[in-house]
Ligand binder design. Sequence first.
Ligand code: FE2
Length: 447
Amino acid sequence: MRMIVRGARLLRGEGRTEGRTAGRTGGRFDVEVGEDGRIARVVPFDDQKEPPATGTLIEAHGALLSAPFVEPHIHLDTALTAGEPRPNASGTLWEGIARWSERKRTLTREDVIARATEVLRWQAAQGVLHVRTHCDTTDPSLTALDALLELRDRVRDFMTLQIVAFPQEGIVSFPDGEALLREAVRRGADVVGAIPHFEDTREDGVASLGIALALAEEHGLRVDAHCDEIDDDQSRFVEVLATLALRSGLRERVTASHTTAMGSYGGAYSFKLQRLLARSGINLVSNPFANLNLQGRFDAYPKRRGLTQVKEMLAAGVNVAFGHDDVMDPWNALGTANPLQTALVGLYAAQLTGADEIPEAFSMVTDRAAHVLGLDASEYGIAEGSPASFVLLPAETPTEAIRRQVRPRYVVSRGSVLAETPPAPTWLNWPPEGWGSGPTEVDFSRP
Ligand code: FE2
């Protein structure tokens, strides 16, 4: 036995073969990890039983053991460039694009690797072990792409990095956009991107999606398009993407990111769209930080919220995940790539605040995001035979993990401890009568 996690709380249904209810916790279990770095056994916890004498022992004391966090949408090539060469003074999308086009000219391999590595370190420390990053391919040198491909190999043993060939300035409307996209795929990108609403005309946008899906089919890849990331209620490329996904059979291998225009669609069209998206099997990724920040900028009051129809699409049976998107770049000066922060902001922005909806936000940065990346049981989940990759959260439930914004006590990747965060208690030195004697610990738990 290489490792045993004793007495961990699992999400209901995990460790067993039947399906589970998102975010609800079941009983306490021991999770035994074999020498091959996979979960060998999951057995009910017995506090009378002696722990094994060999292997790494982690006493969970009832803490929540979850499959690792999954980041379905980030831009590692632009990360940590905020303020370079100068800050985005207005904070708008358009000034962000202008700042990035200046910064893009100075990209080097070393520069991209250093910044992306640092964000991957932040992610690993917070239990994000599967990452889908977009990478701007509208750069004739493809410098950032080559750097991220190199990094994908460097982290392969403990993190999964999927790279989307993302044509930031268009496929059809940008000179050589299609050729650059094809070259990015030839060099090894995992996913084909698109940005139909940014193309010059509706027709160019439709054509760009056709090109992206055909390219994905040709190479057996997935598709993830920045789609309808605009407040314009006439931006309706998601219906095109869903229809192409359905007819090509690519279905759940296709993702529409952002789809913020959906926040402006009327009831009749939304109803039609919900049925189409559910039938098509495509995934949606909502990025609450970017969407709250960048959308609604042309509105007077009342001002739109900037997000897609998260609640409605979940209810319609569409897989929706939350992504962080930008981290300290021209579009978001803040961020630490923390998935529980994404879940917290996302659940407020989308009003997922019902008792059963809060745990759903947790699944949107774990299981649902894993589905976006196409991770199956051989790569993801707490079950016998799955890789021993998980986070031990100092909380009893997903809701508590989000509320207290905890950091994983342990992050384990393929049977090895990748990150460790010892408890850092806060002591209150002011004990009025009834508050206890002497300094008392405050951990924000309900008694
Ligand atoms: Fe994005």
